[in-house]
Design a protein around this ligand. Sequence first.
Ligand code: NI
Ligand code: MN
Length: 236
Amino acid sequence: MSDLKGTTIIWLGHAAVYISTAKGTSILIDPFISANPKYPKGHKLPEKIDLILATHGHGDHISDLVDTAKKHNAIVVGIPEIVGWAQSKGVKNGVGMNMGGTWRHEDIAVSMVEARHSSGIADGDKSVYGGEPVGFVLTIENGPVLYHAGDTAVFSDMQLIREFYHPELAMLPIGDHYTMGPKGAALAAKFLGVKTVLPIHYGTFPILTGTPEELKKHLEGTGIEVKAISPGESLR
Ligand code: NI
Ligand code: MN
């Protein structure tokens, strides 16, 4: 297991993750709460959330983005199309950025990287253009380097993410069907050179059939650890 040096990661089911650093900076990624069948029952988010990161525009990643950002007065960080949409719905603080870029806030450097997926925003009965889907690398001062892949297929340029950012822990979708499954995620973990994988985006709906056990099988002998936790549990 990677040494998280005081950083805590709480899995909130599906792709939703809450991270707080040793210094107390807090980040929520892909807030899918009210309609998330795997959101931990009764789990209360802390009053203070500094940043909310959105990987792409699908409902299972941003359906609670606007409400949560307003309630916690958080800064929404994402590709400009999604941040602009959130601001059009009344979110006050947004930081639009794009792939290859890094934005610093307190003790965290947020880097936006590519993902292989799609990204429309369902807005009433319209589909709004959501820009490109992305992943995020979080480089925490005096802490670990974390990677949240968003929804993606495995792609060979994950080796560039390794070369450039040296992530040690990756949050990877393994459910298959809409993203890579366990076999793809195992290859992704190897490309990324991470020590630890926190599997996400599985088991939420029956169609997301990939399991951590399969991922472990594909990673046997590599030394890469799979930390499968239940929604509401944390890595620290
Ligand atoms: Ni998606
Ligand atoms: Mn998804």
